[in-house]
Design a protein around this ligand. Structure first.
Ligand SMILES: *Cc1c(COP(=O)(O)O)cnc(C)c1O
Length: 354
């Protein structure tokens, strides 16, 4: 399928060089759009000027949440090339999400080409200062004008782009995390492993509560026993305990992060023992108390690596490394961002040139 391109006649001014590029606030001049109809499949892939879209108020996405999204980044290298980080993993995950929530599959080659063509069209928007990138947000929404509950017969696939600044403008700053013991985000068999809005709306009340207590994010426990650690808001979680890197195994309710997968591969390549397994909050508290909890970090596209300096569970406060950044967290951050920027050769296929 050929992607039709309709360029804007009214380009917006690019952000100023000193703009902090706060995450998710600035959008580029164009967007990719493609329609779907049952019987016809995906059709009319096009790049058009970024603009509001018109939907019927009865469009199914507004009522029952049939929608999916993805998130990844493009980077400008020192020699002016444009790289994406492991887009094949995002495309594969997108189609797994689609399958779970009855959205039709998208051809992986077309998905990749759509992202590349859009990034090329708006390449002037890729920021170049250290720590900046162009965030790519593909999403699909159900558009049938119908209030009954069933999978939609029509969809819109849209990709938008947003220049983003460094997640931590002052450098890797350890975050404070609240371990949630009241609400849960997902259960096995539910939609926790799908990247879909429903998981986020389920998390808002806890996030508000955590913010009120001075914590930046929530760490979720499993939905059945409220005992095993799952993940953080939009990040997977890692612990280094007694020299071993431990992360919750993918159990059906955890989002399979691309950054998580990359951290595991890199740690193994450095000869660090890595365990993907169940880890209980009691084990974590015990490790914090006996001093064997050496590092804690979150992994996700937005921040890449987010060191955790402080965890709270019920009335117990765990201070990790007195708030400083651990050597494995720092090495992972430097290596992943180095690969993303084309400065360090990564494993085969991790960067894709646009
Ligand atoms: C997107 C996301 C992550 C991180 O995944 P990456 O592919 O590493 O960005 C983790 N948890 C949740 C709930 C997410 O939505």
């Amino acid at each position: 399928m050929n992607i039709r391109i309709e360029k804007t006649t009214n380009p917006k001014p690019l952000p100023a060089a000193d703009d902090p590029l706060v995450f998710g606030t600035i959008f580029t001049d164009h967007m990719f759009v493609m329609n779907y109809e049952t019987g016809k499949g995906w059709f009319d892939p096009r790049i058009v000027p970024y603009a509001p879209i018109t939907l019927d108020p009865s469009a199914m996405v507004f009522h029952y949440g049939q929608e999916m999204f993805e998130g990844l980044k493009a980077y400008k290298t020192d020699d002016g090339r444009i790289l994406m980080f492991r887009p094949d993993k995002n495309i594969e995950r997108a189609n797994n999400t689609n399958k779970r929530i009855c959205i039709p599959q998208v051809d992986p080659d077309l998905f990749l080409e759509a992202m590349k063509e859009l990034v090329r069209t708006d390449q002037a928007w890729i920021p170049e200062k250290p720590g900046t990138s162009l965030y790519i947000r593909p999403f699909i929404i159900a558009t049938d004008p119908f209030l009954g509950v069933r999978p939609s017969d029509t969809y819109l696939f849209i990709i938008i782009l947003s220049p983003v600044g460094p997640y931590y403008p002052e450098g890797l700053d350890p975050v404070k995390i609240w371990i949630e013991d009241e609400y849960v985000r997902a259960v096995k068999g539910g939609i926790g492993e799908a990247k879909t809005g429903g998981n986020y709306v389920a998390s808002l009340a806890s996030q508000v509560k955590a913010h009120e207590e001075g914590y930046s994010q929530v760490l979720w426990l499993d939905g059945i026993e409220r005992k095993y650690i799952e993940e953080v808001g939009a990040m997977n979680i890692f612990f280094k305990i007694n020299g071993t890197v431990v992360t919750p195994m993918l159990n059906g309710s955890i989002l399979p992060g691309v950054t998580r997968n990359s951290c595991i591969a890199l740690c193994k390549s450095w000869g660090l023992p890595v365990e993907e397994r169940r880890i209980s909050v009691d084990e974590l508290v015990a490790a914090a108390e006996d001093g064997s909890l050496e590092e804690v970090w979150g992994s996700g596209t937005a921040a890449v690596i987010s060191p955790v300096g402080h965890l709270r569970y019920e009335d117990k406060v765990m201070q990790i490394r007195d708030g400083g950044i651990g050597p494995v967290s720092q090495k992972l951050y430097d290596t992943v961002t180095g690969i993303q920027l084309g400065r360090i050769p990564g494993p085969e296929g991790w960067v894709v040139e646009v």
